[in-house]
Design a protein around this ligand. Structure first.
Ligand SMILES: C[S@@+](CC[C@H](N)C(=O)[O-])C[C@H]1O[C@@H](n2cnc3c(N)ncnc32)[C@H](O)[C@@H]1O
Length: 303
């Protein structure tokens, strides 16, 4: 399925339009069904990142309630965070601020186009940037530019996006069954068509020392059970945790093999290189499917 990006109705409606308000309520419900806050929490592993970050930015934060859900997971490990919520529409609601303040976090809600905001001179880097159901709204060309700016302003970027595929497309046509309004019924399949699969986001990350995390590389040898049955490794075979510290020079751009990562956990052995702005430092990249509906992406700058 080829990636196609089409404007979503939510982006065209004023923030206070009843259709937009209803669709944001639907997104909250869909985030809950898909478990997106939990997915980003597991991706960020706050327990293992100490000292805690000081500043977290969410790009395309909408009403701010997704960040509140994520903060409930993160706050036990990360205290006194300054959170910046950037969205092109004045969609932020005070309920999010109250909830975040109650967790001991402070909030700055910024209404700005994400490109304009990212281009401003950085007054200190964001320790962490996150995006949820946001990146898919942009073409590859726009993403190349956006991820280039992101890589210059943070040390850790995590995203949870729709996963592109036929089964997910089918599911997106059924969101009306859980009460989603006309805006969400239109936008859900549009989001899946614009979603990601394989290593597409890795391929759009800026070059210069980025490398893929091989920790999820699937073991090539069969499991003991498969060995007893005289079979090769099956779909559920154990994941091998390997480490690869070499950075291999690559042709630019790297040809992407469509089978990489596609439901198998397999990842390309080499670093994908894109033609965008140079990144600062070395990056460890990881992209994979999560919980049927999602594609996750993590970019971590190495010390
Ligand atoms: C599908 S919503 C997701 C909102 C939020 N992340 C959540 O999970 O509830 C996508 C958001 O991206 C915002 N958006 C779209 N294009 C944008 C841009 N160029 N700059 C800033 N925000 C943008 C929209 O206003 C919308 O709130």
């Amino acid at each position: 399925m080829k990636r196609t990006v089409e404007t979503e109705w939510l982006d065209e409606l004023p923030a206070n339009d009843p259709g937009a308000l209803g669709s944001r309520r639907d997104i909250r419900r869909l985030n809950w069904v898909m478990g997106n806050a939990g997915i980003l929490h597991r991706l960020l592993r706050p327990e293992s990142r100490q000292p805690a970050p000081k500043r977290i930015v969410e790009l395309g934060a909408g009403d701010g309630l997704f960040m509140l859900e994520l903060a409930k997971y993160l706050a036990p490990s990360w205290k006194n965070i300054e959170v910046v919520l950037v969205d092109g529409k004045p969609a932020f609601i005070e309920e999010a601020r109250c909830g975040l303040n109650a967790l001991g976090w402070t909030v700055e809600a910024v209404v700005a186009d994400v490109f304009d905001w990212l281009k401003q001179p950085a007054d200190g880097l964001a320790d962490v940037m996150v995006a949820n159901l946001f990146l898919h709204q942009f073409s590859d060309e726009q993403l190349t530019k956006m991820l280039g700016l992101v890589s210059a302003r943070t040390k850790l970027f995590a995203a949870c996006e729709p996963r592109r595929g036929l089964s997910n497309l089918f599911m997106s046509h059924t969101v009306g069954l859980i009460g989603c309004n006309a805006v969400s019924r239109h936008d859900a399949p549009v989001s899946v068509h614009a979603g990601f699969t394989g290593q597409e986001l890795c391929a759009l990350w800026p070059a210069n020392g980025a490398r893929l995390d091989t920790r999820t590389k699937r073991e090539s040898s069969p499991s003991p059970r498969e060995e007893r049955a005289g079979r090769g490794p099956g779909r559920g075979a154990a994941l091998k945790h390997t480490k690869d510290d070499t950075i291999t020079p690559l042709p630019n751009p790297l040809p992407i093999n469509p089978s990489w990562g596609e439901g198998t956990g397999l990842q390309p052995p080499l670093v994908p290189v894109s033609t965008c702005a140079p990144a600062i430092g070395n990056w460890r990249l990881r992209e994979r499917p999560a919980q049927f509906f999602n594609q996750t992406f993590l970019a971590e700058r190495e010390a």
